[in-house]
Design a protein around this ligand. Sequence first.
Ligand code: PEP
Ligand code: MG
Length: 838
Amino acid sequence: MTALTEPDAIVEITPSAGIQTARHGWRAKCLQRLVRMGLPVPDSFAISADAVRAIAAGQTPDRTRLAQIIERADGLVSVRPSAINPAWGGPGTVLNVGINDACHARLTRTRGKAAADALYLGFVQSYAVHVARLDPDMFSDGDEGLEAALRAYRDETDEEFPQDPARQLAEVLRSMARAWDGPTARLLRQAKGAPPVAPLGLVVQDMALAIGPGVTGSGTIQFIDSVTGMPRITGRFRGQSQGRSKGEGAETLYLTRDPRGPSLEEAAPEVFADLVRFGVAARERLREEMQIEFVVSDSRLSIIDAVRTPRNSRASVRIAVALARDGIVPPEEAVMRVEPRALSDLLHHQVDPRAPRDIIARGINASPGAATGRIVFTAAAAQAAEARGEPAVLVRRETVPEDIRGMHASVAVVTERGGMTSHAAVIARGIGLPCIVGANGISIDARARTMQVGSRIFREGEEVTVDGTSGEVLAGAAEMLEPALDDSFSQLLEWADQHCRIKIRANADTPEDARTARMFNAQGIGLCRTEHMFFDDERLPAMREMIFAGQPEDRRLSLERLLPMQRSDFAALFEIMAGLPVTIRLFDPPLHEFLPHDREGMRELAESLDLPLSDVTRRVEALSEFNPMLGMRGVRLGITVPEIYDMQARAIFEATILASRNGAPVVPEIMIPLVSARREVELVKTRIDAVAAAVRNETRKDFAYRLGVMVETPRAALRAGDIAEHAAFLSFGTNDLTQMTYGLSRDDAGRFMGIYVSQGVYAEDPFHILDQDGVGELVAIGAERARSHKPGITISVCGEHGGNPESIAFCLRAGVNYVSCSPFRVPVARLAAAQESI
Ligand code: PEP
Ligand code: MG
């Protein structure tokens, strides 16, 4: 038994034929749909994937059947690939199979010698290269004559060019079947998500000849602009051209009337009108915007193929929404059709994909969007540029908390080092700033104020464009597309929310972040990193004073200066969030992050604190740690220097009372970072309860609050059962949890992450996409243990993974109640969560 003798190994594509995408490929199925619509599709035959596999393995198709097909086709057919998924590509189409001397003579009579020569030559060239595997250089010259090509074929193979059409077709089928199994084709399609063994069908179709008398040629037409998604007819019509064969008088026409030159609309108005009609019909019947490939032969139109119109992100949103609004697809299908990541392209400026790019460096695309500005190498220079009204691109080896104001003053940030959760990446995503980290190829000379990339040197003040979506730094100013937060965007997300089974909150540290979060319909703040509030010019000195205080009493005095500032921070957040939950994380980073790092900074500090420089240096040294991320930070600081948390708790409660005056009572959520033992929670809880009692007493006002724990250490995940006892909620901080589970520094991993991913050590950067097998297992274990001790406990994820579609899908399956992510990622998260819920 051979697959090739089965009755449906080669089937004619008729309205009732049993064509299936899984057996015959998408092109065969699509052609059948066009046939069912009654479009003028030339006779077509589908060869099943089983049959193609048998051909590749050396079996020969039934020659008589092939001869019949070609005869019916008046001597000429084309062969096209038909993979299961169009994105997987396939071997190139071969046209005019069946042409031989006799057919050539006939075509010379009916279409003229030039047309006949062009068609024969095109086939000889592609047969020689793809089937006979002759040197492409000998057959690629478009000006080479037919005679010369036939002679070259004879000289190279010692035989005449094959004249038997059935043999030609059998050989073409075999070469295409084999090409699909070749290593290059396999690698290319695997890169697009195809499995190692992917089926390929083939389609044999009567040739509609595009070279000959009258209005004759081939073209493509689409009805939607691929970049904007707006209705617009584009494409082209190449008169007297078929593939790479060109007849006499070949010329390209516009499709629609155009002052720049002749158009198909003018040359053949009925053909053009039919094309437009077919486009509308195809959209309705195939429930998709289609790009149609067609041939006009002496004013007779044939539709030879159709594919989904290629589109970029913004077009994909507009198209999906328009299809649903026109009743062609249900809204939930529109929600499923848009890639969640595509939404982030709509939130920011984008480099116009049609514009030229002068790429000077590549790195990790840490925060999407694009911006053009002049290079600066320090935060101070960025602030100065902002004051002058000049857009600045901040280029640093890496950023530290002190650079935050400089980042705010810049239009984009590039760092030489770092990974997806390094400081620059997290801050940039938070404020919606285009950012590239780990741009290994650049080397910064801070003194000379230059940046070298390969042999090119860029000076401070030179203009560059940062494309944070692609991770590319471009020289000069690139053409941009505006953000597209239009009505289609809002509509799609409104439909998405109707299906979403979890809540999406935002990580927001400032009133501005909170407003952005609300603009994107976040359902609360899931993480307010309070330490970011201490870096402005007014607060940093008070903070430093507190750090230098020798006695608890002195410390309390400094903290009293910070208290009103924190209180107004929190009151503002409560007000903006208008009753939505707000989770405030108590102070987390190591204290020395707030201290100056160079001699000049220390001298300034000594001056402002009125201390000898040696005291300052000694204290800074005393606070420095070998491993600060595993040192005195988070709850450890809360227990050893409890006055900080006391002050923060008081500020939160006083702000709660303030914010509850005019509306519904606010119930703040307070979160303890970096916990690894239940006793830590007990100790902090006791003090916070005491502060709450004191504030209630002093103000004679009652309020409620919820205390929660961040699960960021593997031990906290494993001990989530007993930690849950004192917690109203647990929030997985998957940034630190990933760092600690892998023992991998989130600030340094960028240096080797590329190599690790390319060599398959990690399938993906685990700081970007949650590692479901390891870190994910800890999340699942933690959630399960917490729930078994306290069934009603709220579980969430607030690490950067909360904005990543794959990770959100995992969180949803693990049963979390909400995820929290940077405000600008909220739309992506809403769509991803909805897709997982539908
Ligand atoms: C985390 O560790 O996942 C987290 C949210 O906290 P941060 O990123 O501030 O360390
Ligand atoms: Mg953390």
